[in-house]
Ligand binder design. Structure first.
Ligand SMILES: [Zn+2]
Length: 260
């Protein structure tokens, strides 16, 4: 297998042929990317786990929400909980959703270094694509980096506010909210429209680190009209058969192989 990309493991079976199959998929996608086609990257929580950010929608996050609060995480981080029980909302929020010291990993860096025209559409709220150097990033679910006052509307950055308890507006004392799309709230229409335009005009779509079960962001993949669509995810997803290439493994190992 000299010259083939090296991949550490396969989640389907501990069989040699399986890692060989992944290597051939990686080679195929690497060949596609070698001419630097215009590419849309659609990323989810799985791209940031190697940066130490757990998926708060994952099994562990669900169990934590239930154990500590007796609530489903969808309820915890909903608009109504922010409005009615901000102290409960922010207790979960600061402990599970904000990681100001996290650093981009090899997957974020590989995307940022990709030389073809590209845009990143992310479901993540961690800002790691921008920290890695990506310039054209659409944050479909908002960001933990910015806050606005529910009373006067003034905006603040994360570094300007306290990182525990309910943050209040330094100007008027009102409760601050994160510029994150909460449950019960719609996605930003203009961001969604921009994302649709980017995907529909891309030559290649690469989905990374999401099992595509969070709508409406996941529905964006059906806007794609280009020639190659691929998914890179740790585990198989129900939508794998929609893609030309489905590669199962850690994004921080595979993307540098594919894009480097
Ligand atoms: Zn205010």
């Amino acid at each position: 297998m000299e010259g083939q990309p090296r991949l550490p493991f396969c989640f389907f079976a501990m069989l040699e042929f399986c890692s060989m199959e992944i290597s051939s998929l990686v080679t195929s996608l690497r060949n596609t990317m070698s001419s630097h086609p215009r590419t849309a990257f659609l990323t989810g929580a799985g791209i940031s786990t190697a940066s130490g950010i757990p998926d708060f929608r994952g099994k562990e996050g669900i169990a934590y929400a239930s154990r500590h609060y007796g609530m489903r995480y969808e309820s915890l981080i909903s608009h109504s909980t922010l409005m009615s029980k901000p102290e409960v909302f922010y207790d979960f929020y600061w402990s599970r959703m904000v990681y100001p010291n996290a650093k981009p990993n090899a997957a974020h860096l590989a995307i940022a270094a990709y030389r073809g025209e590209n845009a990143v559409l992310t479901q993540n709220i961690d800002g790691l694509h921008q920290k890695a150097g990506s310039k054209n990033v659409i944050e479909l679910h908002g960001t933990t980096a910015k806050y606005s006052c529910l009373s006067c509307g003034r905006s603040y950055s994360l570094s300007e506010i306290r990182h525990d308890g309910v943050p209040h507006c330094p100007s008027c004392g009102g409760v601050l909210r994160p510029d994150v799309v909460l449950y019960e709230e719609p996605l930003d229409y203009s961001a969604l429209e921009a994302a649709r335009d980017i995907i529909s005009s891309a030559e290649v779509l690469i989905v990374v680190g999401t099992s595509l079960n969070v709508y409406p962001a996941a529905g964006l993949i059906y806007e794609f009209r280009g020639r190659t669509k691929a998914i890179v995810n740790l585990e198989a997803t129900p939508l794998d058969s929609y893609f030309d290439l489905a590669i199962h493994g850690p994004a921080e190992e595979i993307l540098p192989e594919v894009l480097g």
